[in-house]
Design a protein around this ligand. Structure first.
Ligand SMILES: [Zn+2]
Length: 485
């Protein structure tokens, strides 16, 4: 009699997500989990995949996404699944879809709105919706501080009053009790930029009771970045929780090279508290269109504009010329709008990617008309361009930065590793072929070299196509240490 599995992957080179060297083996999957890894030549699988000459790795976890609405509007999650991503962290940069009911939320919440997306009065009902209508990928959710502000404050362009802060704290506690894995902030953006450090500490207070994380798009990523990092570390220490610095970067030519300093600050902070970071593999950033970014960027591309959709894809300079305006005035005419900013230094990006605690996160903006290519290219670009072609780190390290490390940092239990007993999220790819095809000109291009993607034991992507399955699950915080009080 031979062993039987639901899914059997034969002849793979297994990279398990721990940073251990690869080894040859077969993988047997039963009941959505990895049952055995080893030599399973006599076993049979209801579904079998021959992975000869290919790598089998844990499915990639996108540490930083704005896929909150995409999970419902395109449950195939094609931009992510096509590059091997099997789980996404949503609710970043202070922006979460719940708890808020609003037909026209202010920027930057409009980055994920379509006029009807903010319709969940409480976080529990949002999570229920995610669970009852699964997507192709798993999802773990952060609750956003900016969303809490909009839900709680009578006027946004100021610090919160004690009563408003109390209300936000209660909403944060309810979100964590319902299953949010942390709180995100985006104090870089108005109106959240008006929040004081004390306001954030108070709102974040419940994190400790639920084993949650403090995740932040910091106040500054340019001249005042060191100060913003100290604020972030202080919040983590005072609340007593791990800190995640989102899409770490150093912006503006006069700050190029300063990742030497910021990574030293991170390493030093890491000796007394838990800190980590994520990064995307590009020297251009993307967010809402802002005039104060003009001086810091060598080039700006419009990604969307509500009043002037015909300008998406154009350079800001070109759009300004067409409108007969200065670039500053064109920004107001085009807004609300989004943009790509070429403002980073390649050496900084490489140094940050190489840092031990750096996870990979795409920060892709799935609803932009002409999005930054990071949406479709991030993971394949790290594996192809940075790992294989430039030799920045071994493949085992690259995989670790998108799997085991990320699962550990976000407390996602039994994910991110290819070990017996873990959930069967698996990406099979060709290490010689893998690469990003998405460019600033043509951002919606499938990555090369992905063979198969498996989520909870079910094949969701095979040979360049979605299989139409939706086996994704809602991932809650690993330790449900919630206390009611
Ligand atoms: Zn951000």
């Amino acid at each position: 009699m031979s062993l039987r599995y639901d899914l059997l992957i034969r002849n793979a080179l297994v990279i398990d997500g721990t940073r251990r060297p690869r080894f040859a083996g077969d993988i047997g999957v039963r009941d959505a989990r990895i049952a055995d890894i080893g030599l399973l030549a006599h076993a049979r699988g209801a579904v079998e995949i021959d992975a000869h000459g290919k790598i089998a790795a844990p499915g990639f976890i996108d540490a930083h996404t704005h896929d909150d609405r995409l999970l419902g509007s395109d449950p195939a999650m094609t931009p992510k699944v096509s590059q091997g991503v099997t789980s996404v962290i949503i609710g970043n940069c202070g922006i979460s879809l719940a708890p808020l009911v609003s037909a026209s939320p202010p920027a930057p919440l409009d980055l994920i709105d379509d006029g009807g997306a903010f319709r969940f009065a409480d976080f529990a009902s949002f999570l229920e919706e995610l669970e009852s209508r699964p997507a192709a990928t798993n999802v773990a959710a952060l609750v956003g501080h900016t969303t809490l502000r909009v839900a709680s404050m009578s006027r946004l362009e100021r610090a919160a009053t004690p009563a408003e802060t109390k209300r936000m704290q209660a909403l944060a506690r309810a979100a964590l009790a319902a299953g949010a894995i942390g709180l995100s902030t985006g104090t870089y953006y108005p109106p959240a930029a008006h929040a004081t450090t004390e306001e954030i500490i108070a709102v974040a207070r419940p994190l400790k009771d639920y084993g949650g994380r403090y995740v932040t798009h910091m106040r500054h990523e340019d001249d005042r970045i060191a100060e913003a990092m100290e604020e972030t570390f202080r919040i983590g220490r005072e609340v007593g929780v791990p800190v995640v610095i989102s899409h770490h970067k150093v912006v503006g030519a006069r700050n190029h090279g300063r990742s030497v300093e910021t990574l030293a600050l991170l390493a030093r902070a890491g000796k007394r508290q838990s800190v980590c970071l994520d990064c995307y593999p590009y020297t251009a950033s993307s967010t809402v269109l802002r005039a104060d970014r003009i001086a810091l960027s060598s080039r700006i591309l419009i990604t969307w504009s509500r009043p002037h959709p015909e300008c998406a894809g154009m350079e800001l300079a070109q759009a300004a010329e067409r409108l007969g305006l200065s670039q500053e005035d064109a920004v107001s005419r085009l807004s609300p709008a989004g943009a790509i900013y070429f403002s980073m230094d390649e050496a900084d990006v490489q140094r940050i990617l190489q840092f031990d605690e750096t996870m990979i996160g795409s920060d892709g903006l799935p609803h932009d008309q002409k999005p930054h290519p990071r949406l479709w290219g991030t993971f394949a670009r790290v594996l192809g361009h940075y790992c294989r072609d430039l030799g920045l780190f071994p493949l085992e390290t690259a995989i670790y930065k998108m799997t085991g490390l990320t699962a550990r940092n976000f407390g996602l239990k039994e994910r991110g590793l290819l070990l017996p007993g873990c959930w069967a999220d698996i990406t099979i790819f060709d290490a010689g072929e893998i690469g990003d095809a998405a460019s600033f000109d043509k951002p919606a291009k499938l990555a090369r070299g992905i063979d198969s993607v498996i989520v909870n034991g079910i094949v969701v992507w095979r040979e360049g196509c979605s299989t139409g399955t939706r086996p994704g699950r809602l991932l809650r915080a690993g330790a449900q240490r919630g206390k009611e009080n």
